[in-house]
Design a protein around this ligand. Structure first.
Ligand SMILES: Nc1nc2c(ncn2[C@@H]2O[C@H](COP(=O)(O)OP(=O)(O)O)[C@@H](O)[C@H]2O)c(=O)[nH]1
Ligand SMILES: [Mg+2]
Length: 217
């Protein structure tokens, strides 16, 4: 490796470490308030917001919920969540392809932390950038859909190693996709044997109750 490549690697490692330190501070705030927290990662269009909408509908009668949604530039996801009568803060990251603990820390004072049991944080749609950047949540949920192709999991091992629950979404489209969802489950468990893997359709509601169980809720 050239000297310059070394320096870029060192800077990246420093950023990851600094972010981890801040993530611990953010997590401490959540723990002090007794809030369970989940970070949802996955590509744009995998169905992260649709899964969250399905979860919110089922959970809002039982828990006090709050959400943070992130994307580069719009408020679309937050508006979708707010339609379910649940508090949602939108973060726009501009040029950044992942949330950081610092960005989440910046909106903590906008959340009703004393009146929340569960916080879901939808990360920016990306399967690579968020892998190294934890944000201070207890558990990470990775969402992929069968429309991303059967190799989407084995092509992104780091994100699956860094997650607690994997959701394989859009199984209602199983018959028109040349993809075997069971093989995707196998791939996920080969990468990370302690993952909980759930097949879902946010459209039909299939698998959503199983996902709630996998989240321990
Ligand atoms: N057929 C089908 N479409 C879905 C499902 N989940 C999400 N979608 C659609 O996929 C698109 C992207 O979903 P969205 O929730 O915005 O994905 P995100 O970018 O990961 O948050 C939308 O048009 C959804 O209606 C599903 O389980 N089945
Ligand atoms: Mg979304």
């Amino acid at each position: 490796m050239s000297g310059q490549a070394f320096r870029i690697f060192d800077v990246e490692q420093d950023l990851i470490k600094a972010n981890e330190k801040l993530a611990k501070e953010v997590q401490k705030v959540f723990h002090e308030k007794g809030i369970k927290t989940f970070d949802i990662v996955g590509a744009i269009g995998a169905g992260k917001t649709a899964i969250l909408e399905a979860l919110v509908e089922r959970l809002k009668g039982k828990y006090r919920l709050a959400l943070v949604t992130a994307d580069v530039t719009t408020e679309i996801d937050a508006d979708r969540i707010r339609r379910h009568g649940v508090e949602c803060i939108q973060i726009n990251t501009g040029r950044e392809c992942a949330l950081t603990a610092s960005l989440l820390k910046n909106v903590l004072d906008k959340l009703p932390l004393n009146d929340v049991d569960i916080l879901f944080v939808e990360n920016v749609g990306n399967l690579i950038c968020p892998a190294d950047f934890v944000v201070g949540c207890d558990k990470r949920i990775v969402v992929v859909s069968i429309t991303e192709g059967g190799h989407v999991i084995i092509k992104h091992p780091l994100l699956f190693k860094m997650s607690d629950v994997a959701v394989i979404n859009k199984i209602d489209l199983r018959s028109i996709m040349d993809v075997d969802p069971e093989k995707m489950v196998e791939d996920a468990l080969t990468i990370n044997p302690s993952l909980k893997v759930v097949l879902t359709s946010a459209k039909t509601g299939e698998g959503i109750d199983e996902l709630i169980k996998a989240l321990g809720l």
